[in-house]
Write a protein that binds this ligand. Structure first.
Ligand code: NAD
Length: 437
């Protein structure tokens, strides 16, 4: 970690593309490759192993045929990608969304590798997904699709091999179906095969809100370090699902005001700050917050112009583009979502003095409590919610401190610093294990 960019033999290494990947400048995989290229100068001799980070270890594409309620048969395409298993079993969520592609799942799995190593969890990185609009399925169709998908990826997952969890449009009920299907196929109840399960099926207290809590903890620490008071701070949240809503609640608890919210049903603003209970009630009633009466509805694009101190992108990838980064008013961006910022937009924010706490540390609270859940399942001994939250807080604060120190030492962004800390751990494991055969 002590080699200067211009001296390093790998400094000119171009991004490498795999034959089945489109080199599309805004694709999540392209974003991930650029992020890896930015860290190469800080890896020293370990950079000789860096190509391993640019290729998923294993990618499975599965056909998921299901019988619909009307008797017809529909086929969905599903994926499970294990990006890197150097430090332990694969770990990462499963996404149901109409835009899911192999390339997207590859990027999400790679970010899991970085995230897990960055917070020091004993996992590699993996991710899964199905290209589907789950809102168009009945509950029974959703269950059949989940069970068939689990069966198809059953050849690569397992409590010691690869442990899925919830992501966009998946939840504890879906994890329960996955756990049951895997258990039926293997002949014994394997609670440790997925995390994010319901509590009475081996789930962990605190898991549902853990990602949002991690966003809050890293945001609180970052705000303290840049002298931004949370009491009275104005926060804009994009994506009001599991991550965005939990983070928003905790910021409001610390005295902040939620002044703008955007989800797939629209964008609303209220400079006085939204009433959280009202927002949550609208979310539960309508499945979105776009129709909440206590705010003014604005154009979706105007979200990026809202006067605020903190922006939390907590929806999908590729949201902060260069034009949007140029318009942001906030001092602090907390990446609840995975991959919300394009690399060039990162540069713009750096130039404008906007601090970005990157996804690979900011949203690591979810996988950290998933790790706690997995440990509890193995030991069949369950912790209190307080214990979970205290341990989560400490892991996030310690991880951010190490990343912050690394950023200060090399004068690099928190994103490149997280990659530096994580890649060093991954590549040391790679080197110590050696190349088989
Ligand atoms: P979710 O399904 O609970 O919520 C997604 C939210 O995004 C919803 O509010 C939805 O309306 C909104 N959304 C979807 N499309 C949108 C669009 N085009 N414009 C604006 N809003 C849109 O999902 P989640 O679990 O909260 O995940 C959100 C992000 O956080 C994803 O990037 C996910 O990978 C990441 N993440 C989730 C977890 C977790 O534990 N759930 C952990 C780490 C990272």
């Amino acid at each position: 970690m002590n080699v200067r960019h211009d001296e390093h033999p790998f400094a000119e290494t171009a991004m490498s593309y795999l034959s089945y990947v489109t080199p599309n400048a805004t694709s999540p995989w392209h974003t991930y490759l650029s992020q890896v290229d930015r860290v190469l100068p800080y890896l020293g001799p370990l950079a000789r192993w860096a190509e391993t980070l640019k290729r998923p270890k294993r990618a499975l594409i599965v056909d998921v045929p299901i019988e619909m309620d009307d008797g017809t048969v529909q086929h969905f395409e599903g994926y499970r990608v294990q990006h890197n298993l150097s430090r332990g079993p694969g770990k990462g969520g499963v996404r149901y969304h109409p835009d899911v592609t192999l390339e997207e799942v590859m990027a999400l799995s790679a970010w899991m590798t970085i995230k897990n190593a960055g917070v020091g969890l004993p996992y590699g990185g993996a991710k899964g997904g199905i290209r589907v609009d789950p809102k168009k399925l009945s509950n029974k169709e959703l269950e059949r699709m989940t069970r068939r998908y689990t069966s198809e990826i059953g050849i690569v997952i397992g409590p010691q091999r690869d442990i899925p969890a919830p992501d966009v449009n998946t939840n504890p009920q879906i994890m329960a179906w996955m756990m049951d299907t895997y258990s039926m196929n293997t002949g014994s109840t394997a609670t440790g095969v997925v995390t994010g399960k319901p509590i009475h099926l081996g789930g962990s207290l605190g898991r549902v809100k853990a990602t949002g809590r991690g966003v809050f903890v890293t945001g609180r620490e970052a705000a303290r370090r840049i002298g931004l008071q949370l009491d009275g701070a104005r926060v804009a949240v994009q994506g009001f699902g599991n991550v965005g809503s939990a983070a928003a609640e905790l910021f409001v608890g610390a005295g902040a005001k939620i002044v703008a919210v955007q989800d797939h049903t629209g964008t609303i603003v209220n400079p006085r700050g939204f009433d959280m209970q009202g927002l949550m009630a609208t979310l539960h009633r309508d499945g979105g917050v776009g129709q909440f009466k206590e705010g003014d509805r604005i154009d979706d694009e105007a979200f990026w112009d809202v006067d605020c101190d903190i922006v939390i992108p907590a929806a999908l990838e590729g949201q902060i583009t260069v034009p949007r980064a140029n318009r942001l008013k906030a001092r602090l961006v907390l990446e609840g979502a995975n991959g919300p910022t394009l690399p060039e937009a990162d540069d713009v924010m750096k130039e404008r003095g906007i601090l970005v706490v990157p996804d690979v540390i900011c949203n690591a609270g979810g996988v950290t409590v998933s790790y706690f859940e997995w440990v509890q399942d193995f030991s069949s001994f369950f912790w209190s919610e307080d214990e979970i939250n205290v341990r989560l807080d400490k892991i996030m604060v310690d991880a951010l401190k190490k990343i912050w120190d690394t950023a200060d030492q090399h004068k690099i962004t928190l994103r490149t610093a997280t990659f530096a800390v994580a890649c060093e751990r991954i590549l040391i494991a790679r080197e110590e294990r050696g190349l088989y055969p």
